[in-house]
Design a protein around this ligand. Sequence first.
Ligand code: ADP
Ligand code: MG
Length: 676
Amino acid sequence: MELNASIKYLKGVGEKRAAMLSRLGICTLWDLLTFYPRIYEDWSNILSIKEAPLNENVCIRAIVGMRYREHKIRKGMTLYKTEITDGENIIDLTFFNNKYAAEKLEQGKEYLFFGKITGKGYYRQMTNPEFTEFEGDGKMRPIYPQTAGMNSRALEKLVRTAFEVCGDIPDPIPQNIRESYCLMGIESALHNIHFPESEDLLSEARRRLIFEELFLLELGLLRLKSKSRRSDAIPMQADYTEDFFSLLPFELTGAQMRAVKQSTDDMMKDIPMNRLLQGDVGSGKTAVSAALIYNCAKNGFQSALMAPTEVLAMQHYKTLAKMFENTDIKIELLTGSTPASEKKKIKSALKSGEIDLAVGTHALIQKDVEFNNLALAVTDEQHRFGVNQRGSLSSKGTNPHTLVMSATPIPRTLALIIYGDLDLSILDELPKGRQKVETYLVNSEIRERAYGYVKKHLCNGQQGYIVCALVAENDELELTAATELHKNLSEGFFKGFSVGLLHGKMKPAEKKTVMDSFASGETQLLGSTTGIEVGIDVPNAVIMVIENAERFGLSQLHQLRGRIGRGTEKSTCIMISDAHNEETEHRLKILASTTDGFKIADEDLKLRGPGDFFGSRQHGLPELKIADMMTDGEAIRETHAAAENLLKKNPALEGEEYRLLRNAVNRLFSGGISMN
Ligand code: ADP
Ligand code: MG
């Protein structure tokens, strides 16, 4: 049977099972062979009855002492009992309502039994064990992720059948690479991952399959990178960034300068820049992008800046309009709520080239938006867009330079994979005068005092946030609860102060009004029942109370806290939580002890796994079947180097030797990931 043949032609699979399997992502024979077990049952560690611990899964080797007997204990419940012995001890064996299993056991024959031994005093029994005939020794048996109606044993059987009918499995990794990296062949690796001959062979198989998976990924990403390098971009003729710096009310940090320099160097070339600007909240990414936008405009080209939400787009628009107020740079805002007539005007001005910079949301990548000469595409908080959307903004120009900005600090190994196709600038330095946000974890008995502390700041002319995550079953309840919160704050403790409300059910325009009022200082205290958007920048806000802090993830809390401590004044974050489990306390204590985004991201990944990045698939990369971004850091580095090495020698993976590898890489990226 061909490896890419539909699974429904496999013996033992019909239409119904094929449908169930497809829910596990298994459509072809190959999918089945690469559907890896999660864990194994160890049937190789055979114990005697005497040695075997009670109430744990064990494997024993024993002879069936007699034919089974039936005991009807009540209607609908029959026990089938027999005895087994390992030559030293005898135990009872009981099957509930399973005559079929009992009948399979032959008196006098030797089997391996797998299950729990239970008993009291000297009495021992095994209930509903699994068993196979004893044939020399026991093996590890695979346990697969399951779907309704398809258990692990059934899958195991199908995998065995698949191996019987699949014939030779060609190895996509050529022999020379296998030899250099001491990798097992594909056939042996697949056999051993499903049916390990030994622990050692299992770990070799795992290593080989992880290598392959990451290697293909790296090859694909590196090739994307080099492909985008080959196209013709618009080179900037001169560097005007110095002029821009003089417009700023502050001096750029060393890290910001470095990032600007790296980017302007890139942009002087005729290969498009493809750069990720990664910097923790408050590190000043906007100013970096503004320098590039300025430079682009002075060179006579257009730029676009895309943000994931209207509120953020609006804020960027205002910030940039202010920075450019004494220049001749023309800037416009284009979002979903821009009135139609306005939109029309903006679009035509963009097309004619009258506008130098378009700031906006997804509205910027609508089909009918055209630019005259877009040379720089900036995307903010890029992790919230898919890779494909990132590309769409670029497609508005001919190979424009691209800068993506992200505040989501991710560990280096992850960055290598997710952004393997990008160059990296890191803002690892906060602007001068920033003070670490003091963070406290308290329980709700301290709430009054915390609120009192907030009030003190409001009286000083400063602003604050009270964030209160809601768990409401439906929209209506959420709305009620949000209104309630607002009422409690504005008519209760904070009576006489101007209190705003932000909640999850608001329309972008409503949110904007609330945020505008807060940014202008009119609103003193902002209550929020959702997170406050990443990127919101109100430096006068210096205090934040987070109610039910345990309901937020670590990174979320870090982002939230990043809304304060944005000016030179000391800022304070008070997390209130009455949750007293260890995990929560551990989490919240990490936050209280550090403001280092990288450290927090690391901890977050450790606690929650990389699901955030890899579960949501927002990054647009192919799914990983066996490699684990958290634990396989070493393999990531190894394969990255291996891929770079190979592409240096053979950029197009030419030659018969590499045909299978080339095909495999192309297949992996056939889902349409593309940078430009
Ligand atoms: P983020 O990287 O989170 O997007 P922003 O670009 O919003 O950060 O900048 C955060 C705040 O810091 C803004 O108020 C901005 O004006 C200010 N800022 C940026 N760079 C500097 C600097 N070099 N010195 C002082 N303040 C700065
Ligand atoms: Mg920002």
